[in-house]
Design a protein around this ligand. Structure first.
Ligand code: ADP
Ligand code: MG
Length: 760
């Protein structure tokens, strides 16, 4: 049915918005203001919202819900049998009370109803007679030690309209919807059924091409909606779920494929390498050999930069695997070809660090026009939000005149005042902090579309890369440069004073033998709000990414930079050791000074927030103590740990925590201690938490359109959808043959844009 419509309307713009009218109708209009308002409280406003509000799970009339698992305060929907009831007058005041005991066969739960008099409760008493089964919903409370639901909403199964229906439906799975106290699950179910009765195939866009559905044996969209909302068997809803997973993957992959196609079609200036130029001079200066992995990636960059098709590449690699060096070579190739390159970093500390290490690596090659500058030299400038007006003016002038071959900065680079006229390559470091729109804002500065290299040290499982960065090709640096001595990680129980004491002794030993120590705290000052933004970027990104909200340890005072530095100054083991401080709220000069003092060894202990998480490079740092380690996500811990063991001496990471090893948090820390392989940790991390969060936080509001797709377990679906979507877009870039898909892609992009606007 749907295919016919699609075929019949091919190339006909009048039908481009097929069916959208009905789906956009408001629920208040369709179902009446009362139901509509109640659904609105769940965020459901349009017909489409409700149709896509899939049941959370399915109940079985024959199988009662395990009541022992209910937690106080939770809003629950349970299937249970009435064990007994008791209707009586209240002793101390006027009115009557009906208590109903419901059971799953072992545990009981009490339902309590209050009424003005017995008569007002008799209706419930009749429906809830012993032996009746039904669904009950309400918020679990505790009364005299017993769990109860007060005035629960309920629906008994023998209330079904007629006997025939009852017999027929007895085996059907019961949809249990994400509900709230505003509207019970079965009322949502009834609302959905009312709608479904009037929905036709032409009302709902079919996103999946017919051939694709056939190949993967997927029902069409209307059939799938029926089966998800009113399944006659578990196979029904399972088949529908499979279809919706494919649909979500296909829509997303099509959007990414189109994005990629549009980018690839843009004209880019080819930046071929030039023999004897600044890049060759840089290679000659490098104090080490590139690893085999670096050489491989370098060759790919050299080739891709040399063409007029824009490079769109993600370079991922372990912390310290040498991505930056490879990126600098690419930037210098562009400079050799007469262009400019920009490096976008997520924090000021990191931008400054890049500036310092790149100017160090370049030496006289970064001193064009200066005394002692080399023959092919260029200039490197830094642009951050906190620079003085004079310094900024100078940097802006160098960037705008083209004299600066390399422009490094934070999001300040995105400002319209910044001109980089011959921008040929944009390098984005630590991508997960930036949105697609931000990298595009920077790329828009070039006369022609610049090449793009995105670097991330957060190892990304393959399917996540395909989903979040599906418009990019991926390169991976797996090996670390030789001579790294490795890192050992130990969990230190915070409640064992002896262990904690030993921690500071170990720090002392490292310092006495020339090492440096980071001490990481979750907070800056005592009592301040946790998760305060550092350098304008919210650390909540990480919290979101790793679903920390759910399993954070019970609130207790957290270690803060200020308190801990004061304490360490009093710690006998660290007697005479100078202790520095670092956090995002320090003025730039203070940050610079703190890093410089730490690097030079003047303050061999640096107490810091996670502001050092990304990219900070002090090779002498050998030990890191992470306080309240349970407060951090796996990837964040991994990033932090990557700050040590960067030189030739082995690193030691001591993760101090009060978390019980038997909890999910404890498990996360054990996984952290067990391996330094970031890819393994990323996979573990996905397994330990709800995966949906990964995509949501990685770029934009996409999670809203990914309801059922699971990046870890649905890898085959994502791969199938990706390859089919790329083929389709290559054949039919405008999707004229698939109007339903075109419509859904357009909507998903609108959602992204809306999510972006909300964030900025
Ligand atoms: P990443 O950006 O991947 O974290 P960097 O490029 O900052 O890694 O490199 C980390 C450190 O290793 C730097 O001090 C860099 O100079 C050094 N380094 C990079 N490549 C090599 C190599 N092939 N051999 C030895 N040291 C290297
Ligand atoms: Mg780096």
């Amino acid at each position: 049915m749907n295919e016919q419509i699609a075929r019949g309307t091919r190339h006909d713009p009048a039908f481009a918005n097929i069916g959208k009218g009905r789906l956009d109708q408001s629920l208040e209009k369709e179902l009446g203001p009362k139901t509509g308002k109640a659904l609105g409280k769940l965020g459901l406003r349009t017909v489409e919202d409700l149709l896509r509000h899939y049941p959370r799970r399915y109940g079985d009339r024959g199988r009662l819900t395990a009541l022992a698992e209910l937690r106080t305060g939770e809003h629950v929907t349970v299937i249970a049998r009435v064990a007994g009831n008791d209707l009586r007058a209240m002793r101390n005041r006027s009115g009557a009370i009906l208590t109903v005991r419901i059971t799953d066969g072992t545990e009981e739960l009490t339902l309590t109803f209050f009424g003005k008099h017995r008569g007002s409760l008799e209706y419930h008493e009749r429906r809830l007679r012993p032996g009746a089964t039904g669904m009950f919903t309400g918020t679990v409370s505790l009364y005299r030690g017993a769990r109860q639901l007060t005035h629960p909403d309920y629906d008994t199964f023998d209330d079904l309209d007629d006997e025939f229906e009852a017999v027929q439906k007895v085996d059907w799975p019961i949809p249990i919807y994400p509900a709230s106290s505003a509207i019970a699950s079965w009322r949502i179910g009834k609302a959905v059924q009312t709608l479904m009765a009037t929905i036709e195939a032409s009302d709902v866009p079919e996103a999946l091409p017919a051939a694709y559905r056939k190949e993967h044996r997927l029902p069409d969209v209307l059939t799938a909606l029926r089966r998800v909302h009113e399944p006659h068997s578990p196979e029904d809803w399972r088949g529908a779920h499979k279809r919706f997973r494919h649909e979500e993957a296909f829509v997303l992959q099509t959007a990414l494929a189109q994005r990629r196609a549009v980018s690839l079609a843009e004209a880019t200036t080819a930046r071929p390498p030039r023999a004897g130029g600044v890049r060759d001079a840089f290679d000659a200066r490098l104090p080490f050999e590139l690893t085999a992995g670096q050489q491989e990636v370098a060759a790919v960059l050299e080739r891709e930069l040399a063409t007029s098709v824009p490079m769109m590449r993600l370079l991922q690699g372990e912390v310290g695997s040498g991505k930056t060096v490879v990126a600098v070579r690419g930037m210098l190739q562009v400079v050799d070809a007469g262009g400019q390159a920009a490096l976008l970093a997520p924090t000021e500390v990191l931008a400054q660090q890049h500036y310092r290490s790149i100017t160090d690596l370049l030496g006289p090659l970064a001193e064009a026009g200066m005394l002692g500058g080399a023959e092919h030299a260029t200039r490197v400038v830094l642009l951050t939000g906190s620079m003085s007006a004079a310094a900024r003016r100078k940097a802006l002038a160098l960037a705008a005149s083209g004299a600066a071959g390399i422009v490094i900065g934070t999001h300040a680079l995105l400002s319209e005042i910044v001109q980089i006229p011959d921008l040929g390559l944009v390098v984005v470091d630590e991508q997960h902090r930036f949105g697609v729109e931000q990298r595009d804002a920077l790329r828009a500065k070039g006369r022609t579309t610049p090449h793009l290299l995105v670097m991330t040290a957060t190892p990304i499982p393959r399917t996540v890369a395909m989903t979040s960065f599906g418009d990019l090709e991926t390169s991976t640096l797996r090996e670390l440069p030789a001579g790294r001595a490795g890192i050992t990680t130990t969990i230190v129980p915070a409640n064992k004073p002896h262990w904690v004491g030993r921690t500071w002794e170990r720090v002392r030993e490292e310092i006495d033998s020339g090492g440096r120590a980071y001490v990481v705290c979750p907070r800056i000052t005592a009592g301040e709000d946790a998760g305060a933004a550092e350098d304008g970027f919210s650390d909540d990104v990480t919290a979101e990414l790793f679903g920390l909200e759910d399993e954070r340890a019970p609130r207790r005072p957290l270690a803060s930079v200020e308190e801990v530095s004061a304490l360490l100054r009093e710690t006998p083991a660290l007697d005479g050791v100078a202790i520095g401080q670092m956090h995002g709220q320090l003025p730039t000069e203070a940050k610079d000074a703190a890093m410089a003092d730490f690097a030079s060894g003047r303050t061999p202990v640096l107490v810091s927030t996670t502001v050092i998480e990304v990219g900070v490079d002090v090779p002498e740092a050998t030990v890191m103590v992470i306080l309240d380690a349970d407060r951090f996500g796996l990837s964040q811990l991994h990033q932090l740990r990557g700050r040590i063991g960067r030189g030739t001496r082995p690193g030691l990471c001591l993760a101090v925590t009060a978390a019980d090893p038997a909890t999910p948090t404890g498990e996360r820390l054990l996984a952290f201690a067990a391996t330094t392989d970031g890819f393994e940790l990323a996979e573990t991390d996905l397994r330990l938490r709800r995966e949906g969060d990964v995509l949501g936080a990685s770029q934009s509001g996409r999670s809203s359109s990914l309801r059922l797709l699971r990046v870890l377990t649905d890898a085959p679906i994502i791969e199938a959808a990706r390859s089919a979507a790329r083929d389709l877009v290559a054949r039919d870039p405008e999707l004229t043959t698939e109007p339903g898909l075109a419509q859904m892609v357009a909507e998903s992009i609108d959602e992204d844009a809306a999510a972006y606007l909300e964030r900025t």
